[in-house]
Design a protein around this ligand. Structure first.
Ligand code: NAD
Length: 404
């Protein structure tokens, strides 16, 4: 009997190894899913009677169904199924290179789209439609960048240009058309819109499942209650930067300067929220500062911040005396100013040179959050294409299903 048990366990161990090898090979073939070193591989045997392979990938693990049980192998995938890379790849000293992060994201998106299309030649590529009203020079550049980046990531993209004389009804008519077009996955309406047109009205007219900017009330509402939602690209970019740099937020003091609905506020919402919801949020003690925060109070708060995020558009708002040693500083602000030689340049809210010597990590302007923002629009578009968010399933539905 003991001998039989011994052989049985030997057989099981060999099966564990064989399966681990096959999974390793499979994951390596996929390139995107390279596996951790053997020492950190933790195959867990539940049952190994049958080797009916069925791969599932989620939250840093690859699963294999053995027919009567499931094995999990730890991989270097993050919770979004992207490769969890070393932070050093995107750092130049303590300066975060947003361009490198954006390239990583674009390449990951492109690899995934190429794989999807290769596996089914009938499959079309994800499509993003951008609505541009008027000819605001900054908006024209943003839209052009988004279209170029979408093409580089293997998506198709079209820009619907409308003159600034259009009426709200004209825009709504176009959105209705795009909403019902099955070949359009994501819709962006470039803001700001000309005077006389209600941005709220227009943003809410985009179908939630195509609202890859996350500006519609349904997306905002779901985000507020920790339900899966499209998060606006700039906040999502900031969260992605923190994730890729492995910045722990739980229990930390986070201070956000700026409370705009599309930038500061969503960051605050995510950082303060519980990690138990759909969005695996920040669990940080979070403070919002805004234009009515007196300067001495602003300094008192920022000095306590382990993570300081600023989105105000006020150059040099944050100076080195306002920053705690070792803080992580993320600068979203972009302002065009004239330097001493009369040349135009872009600056953030942070006195970069002064603060750099105190921060453990810092984003520059330009080249920090900006490029990542554009990449996150594409990430949302890919999610829309894959229909990853079920907008018509509420928490109540889920409860009913799990109880049945
Ligand atoms: P906004 O004007 O809507 O909001 C500015 C916010 O700053 C407000 O909430 C205001 O209360 C706050 N503020 C003003 N003075 C302050 C002070 N003294 N202390 C603390 N807070 C103060 O602007 P927005 O759309 O949120 O953009 C903010 C900045 O981020 C701008 O410079 C914008 O260009 C930039 N931005 C960058 C990206 C990117 O991709 N990098 C994307 C969007 C916006």
């Amino acid at each position: 009997m003991a001998l039989r048990r011994h052989f049985h366990s030997l057989h099981q161990n060999r099966c564990v190894l064989a399966l681990a090898m096959r999974m390793t090979q499979y994951l390596l073939q996929q390139r995107k899913y390279t596996i951790d070193q053997a020492s950190t591989m933790k195959p867990m045997l539940i049952d190994s009677k049958l080797f009916r392979h069925c791969f599932r990938k989620e939250q840093g693990r690859a699963f294999v169904n053995t027919g009567s049980g499931t094995w999990a192998i730890k991989t270097n995938m993050d919770s979004n199924n992207n490769m969890d890379r070393s932070p050093s790849e995107v750092l130049d000293g303590n300066v975060i290179n947003g361009k490198v992060i954006a390239d990583q994201i674009k390449n990951e998106i492109k690899d995934e789209i190429d794989e999807l299309v290769k596996s089914d030649p009938k499959q079309r590529r994800p499509h993003l439609s951008v609505v541009l009203v008027g000819s605001d020079p900054a908006s024209v550049i943003y839209v052009r960048n988004k279209a170029r980046t979408a093409a580089a990531a293997g998506m198709t993209c079209d820009i619907l240009r409308m003159p600034d004389t259009v009426t709200q009804e004209d825009i709504l008519g176009e959105l209705k058309h795009l909403n019902s077009d099955k070949t359009v996955d994501g819709i962006l309406v470039q803001l700001p819109l000309p005077k006389g047109i209600s941005e709220r009205f227009i943003c809410d007219a985009v179908l939630p499942e195509k609202d890859v900017d996350g500006f519609s009330v349904l997306n905002i509402g779901r985000f507020c209650v920790d339900e899966q939602a499209f998060i606006p690209a700039t906040p999502l970019g900031v969260l992605e930067i923190l994730k890729r740099l492995r910045v722990e937020t739980q229990g930390k003091n986070a201070v956000v300067c700026g409370r705009s609905k599309n930038v500061g506020l969503p960051i605050v919402l995510h950082l303060q929220a519980s990690r138990n919801g759909d969005l695996s949020a920040g669990n940080a003690t979070t403070t919002i500062c805004h234009r009515h925060t007196p300067p001495d109070q602003l300094k008192a708060y920022t000095q306590k911040a382990d993570i300081l995020i600023t989105a105000t558009g006020i150059p040099r708002l944050i100076t080195s005396d306002m920053v705690k040693d070792g803080a992580v500083v993320i600068d979203i602000g972009i302002t065009r100013i004239r330097d001493s030689k009369g040349k135009y340049k872009l600056v953030g809210d942070v006195d970069f040179e002064g603060v750099k010597s105190k921060a453990s990590l810092i984003t520059p302007v330009p080249g920090g959050v900006g490029p990542v923002t554009v990449a996150m629009v594409l990430k949302n578009t890919l999610m829309a294409y894959k229909k990853e968010i079920d907008f018509y399933q509420t928490a109540a539905h889920r409860m009913t299903r799990s109880n049945s």
